[in-house]
Design a protein around this ligand. Sequence first.
Ligand code: PLP
Length: 408
Amino acid sequence: MIIDKQKIGLERALELKERIIDYLAVKDKIPTGTTKKDIINENKERIKKIYNCTEEQWNDWKWQMNNRITKVETLSKIINLTEEEQKDIMIIGEKFRWALSPYYASLIDPNNPEDPIRKQAVPHALEECDQLGKDDPMGEEFTSPAPNITRRYPDRLIINVTNQCAMYCRHCQRRRNIGELDVNKTRRQLEPALEYIRKTTEIRDVLITGGDALMLSNKSLDWLLTELDNIKHVEIKRLGSRTLVTLPQRITPELCEILGRHHPLYINTQFNHPQEITEDVYKATDLLTRAGIPLGNQAVLLKGINNDPHVMKKLNHELLKVRIKPYYIFHAKAVTGTSHFITRVEDGIEIMEKLRGYTSGLAIPTYIINAPLGQGKTPILPEYQVSQSKDSITIRTWEGKTIKYPNK
Ligand SMILES: *Cc1c(COP(=O)(O)O)cnc(C)c1O
């Protein structure tokens, strides 16, 4: 009897493996920051020579910031660009700001125009011919009850502390705020926002973002977090930062010592491709998690970068390995100059379909469409409820079996 049960279990195990056979066949071919380690290191040494910089300088986030690549001349020494591409970058650069840290540039395959890191960081001619995009499709300008605050929900809000980023994403949804000049908000500019939070007692969750929240100095962050700690109804704080991806050097022991004094504090970041998860990222997430900071990822679904179920699954697996919990996948919005990244909603639904059941629940984020004009994040799911009658519902399992389920 026992033997027979085990036989059934073994047969089922074979069937289960069959379910992911397509992923098993490709997973090791999807590049990650680890599998590309040697190439990334070579790139880094090459870039260090161009800058004539030391290892110590390279590992210093302020050096990385002060030496961001902003000129075609420098970029063309680091990655291979045709004359036409160089011209395009100059034209686009007039309209939309671009800059990338030498670190992020070292993740780019210099000879591959389709490289997923390059597509996120290097201007492309397609930005110019966007017919669809609007500057502020979210109507953020109409959901600001106080300066530097965006409030779209009953119990939480965003406070914008800077327009600065380590890298200006080509798919940036807040492009209109990214000027040509980097400015962190001063204490005096942030005071009215803090005053609004102090007097609005239903606000229990404050998201500090920008730009990139970790562009603030350690001292400013310490000040702002202390101010928020002193507001009794603020239960939790979150930082929105892409530095884990674009400038992991920003995560220093000193920063973690400061952040660790302001719990409960969460950080959400934005990895979009497994190639972004490098050894430096592991070091940074190790410091942050040891300081007690839970980490989440808000990916953006981007055409030609990650609109593929296998790539997304790999990304979520690699994130869990560095202790980042996949939180959201955002459907890309039609922001001026970024529409070429927009996928069809079916791409997102297929990704979700191929996650649930096929992999750990921990590796499954929520797929979100942002309703226009700041009407809120809206989850989109494959349909698992097939039909409903008076005393039963029909469900579909992850494998596609339909089952009648009592509902009395
Ligand atoms: C995204 C967002 C939040 C946070 O939403 P969660 O679903 O709680 O992560 C809060 N306020 C605004 C304005 C937002 O856009």
